[in-house]
Write a protein that binds this ligand. Structure first.
Ligand code: 0WE
Length: 259
């Protein structure tokens, strides 16, 4: 096997099954030679993540509850041990809001679930970047990619508290870019259009969103996880060595429209 990530080591957070955006990214990296560690959230998806990780000869699969600083610290200790104290690539594809807060009125979001959504979906990028910093510094730099959505910039009906979480994630990405640039660590976001994943399937009105993208986007088609994988592969590669603090839209151009 040979490829642009030969000798590169990465950590991927957010794989649930083969349809996951995180998996599409991981597959691209692994096919081009990267060695990848994976985290999963909860016993329900452990087997599915272990099977996928096994298919790309992953040296490490470990649980990570991103709400816990101790858990994040343990995971990055394990990553350091598996990868000789170095890390080149980090894929953050993690988000969660209570299902009941992704319908109805944003106005009704209770305080505890507001902070929970921001904790899992936005602060997790900060804590993971902080933990990755010394490992990437040991390699002379690194590259981080996170997943965002237009609902963090504009009001998308029902996206609600996730939109507030993505706005926080977007700003966090830019402030991290400034801090980590000093260590030659880049960080960027991909703003994907709606993709049919496990997360998406439980969302009422998802087919309607796909239909709207097909009707109104310049390219009149919806996107898939592999499109996101290709964009992430670029941002994580040396071709993007002078790209940091930005958002790459993979949405058939939907974001460019005003109507
Ligand atoms: O960021 C997302 C969805 C993330 C997500 C999905 C779920 C479903 C299951 C976060 N938390 C949960 N919690 C659950 O219990 N997207 C960009 C996809 C998405 O979700 C929407 C969208 C779009 C697009 C929700 C409402 C409206 C549009």
């Amino acid at each position: 096997m040979t490829g642009v990530y030969e000798g590169k080591r990465g950590l991927v957070l957010g794989v649930a099954n083969k349809r996951s955006i995180a998996w599409a990214i991981a597959k691209r990296l692994a096919d081009a030679g990267a060695e990848l560690a994976f985290t999963y959230q909860g016993e329900r998806i452990e087997k599915s993540v272990r099977d996928l990780a096994g298919s790309v000869s992953s040296p490490l699969v470990t649980e990570c509850d991103v709400r816990s600083d101790e858990d994040v610290a343990r995971v990055f200790r394990e990553v350091g041990a598996a990868f000789d104290g170095g890390l080149d690539l980090l894929v953050h594809s993690v988000a969660f809001a209570a299902a009941e807060d992704l319908e109805g009125r944003f106005t009704d979001t209770p305080r505890d679930r507001f902070w929970m959504a921001l904790d899992v979906s936005a602060y997790s990028l900060v804590s993971c970047a902080r933990a990755a910093e010394p490992l990437m510094d040991a390699r002379g730099g690194g590259s981080i990619v996170t997943m965002t959505y237009l609902g963090g910039e504009r009001a998308v009906p029902h996206y609600n508290v996730m939109g507030v979480a993505k706005a926080t994630l977007n700003a966090s990405m830019r402030y991290l870019a400034w801090d980590l640039g000093q260590k030659n660590i880049r960080i960027n976001a991909i703003s994907a259009g709606p993709v049919r994943t496990l997360s998406a399937r439980s969302i009422a009105g998802f087919p309607t969103m796909e239909a709207i993208v097909e009707e109104r986007s310049p390219l009149h088609r919806h996107i898939d996880a592999d499109d996101v994988g290709a964009a992430a592969a670029y941002l994580l590669s040396d071709d993007a060595r002078n790209v940091t603090g930005t958002t790459l839209y993979v949405d058939s151009g939907y974001h460019a429209m005003g109507m």
